[in-house]
Write a protein that binds this ligand. Sequence first.
Ligand code: PLP
Length: 434
Amino acid sequence: MTHSTDLNLPLFERAKALIPGGVNSPVRAFRAVGGTPRFITRAQGAYMWDANGQRFIDYIGSWGPMILGHGHPAVLEAVQKAALEGFSFGAPTEREVELAEEIIRHVPSMEMVRLVSSGTEAGMSAIRLARGATRRNKIIKFNGCYHGHADSLLVKAGSGLATFGHATSAGVPQEVVQHTLVLEYNDVAQLEEAFTLHGPDVACVIMEPIAGNMNFVRASVPFMRRARELCTQHGALLVIDEVMTGFRVALGGAQSLYAQAIPGFKPDITVLGKVIGGGMPLAAFGGSRAVMEQLAPLGPVYQAGTLSGNPVATACGLATLREIAKPGFYDALGARTRALIDGLAGAASAAGVPFCGDTQGGMFGFFLLPQLPQNYPEVLNTDGMRFNTLFHGLLDGGVYIAPALYEAGFVSAAHTEQDIADTVAVARDVFQKL
Ligand code: PLP
């Protein structure tokens, strides 16, 4: 809907004059798919409405946090109550302790936790902590995984295992990324070789356990097992970035699923965000007591934040975590998410469009490919033009998925069977036109 009566258009023009690209985070600008971003005026349950008053079934959920849907009554009540008590104190509160207790109860690899305000901040701090705790500089990350926009993580692979990365953003000095080695996801041999070459210098391996920043690619069990073994063997820390997967794919995060397949499996540091804030700016990182005690004020690794552990954000996060910890929550969410992908697969198949998808809990991904990719180069095989047509067809039909094919999608507890059926009905028409 980009005709002259589109009320999103004048808003976008105004925004572009004042805000770079008209947005406060690049993907919102629709650059990958073209067209005018929808300016959202309100959201409730599984739905969002734009400036035209058009309703969308929301499969972005603020890029992950809104696992209960928008405006869940218990969360609203907690936030309203907290707001009346004060927005920010810059001093400790009981609610921070309660949230720490709640997180640790469900993610036992985290014996201690520190709260921050964004996933970027959490990831950046986790890297500093890993370097400080090991007194080493080098870090290993994987092609296609995103851990926020800290300088040392905005890196693409160098020309080989002996060469470290190149910055993917202007403004990042080569000196800052010279310690970051970028490897292919799910490539056990390459990881082994990297440790053979650099083992004594590696502070940590950081990875998304299910890479939602290349749509949806699972770390294979052998890959995760070997990463754990190699880190232990070489004295490096395994940092699992569960900003997206934490409390989203299971109550104990993706690490709880790997622990079922790999006896005794646990990361040294876990990074959390999104769901733990329930839509407010809140994220966290945590790990073993020995590692976490390296942080200031106990240890030499500095980390701080004016708004860290914010009382309104912690109220929102706590209320959210208490709802999702209720029995049967993930069974219902997982079944609904699976029904969506099965429905889309059926619609694609009826239209003869190649399609494959995967889900875990309330997270899903799909590709217009016959087979699920295992790494970033395979993800790049997706037909971008076809995806863009699909995206705009769905959007015009009132279904809002991420405006880029490298992004996972999210179903909330507020999505009904009818919402899924309506989505599949829209998709059936769009697939026919692909
Ligand atoms: N890590 C992962 C896995 C993410 O998906 C994201 C954001 O999408 C981040 C870190 C960064 O979090 P934030 O956007 O809150 O800074």
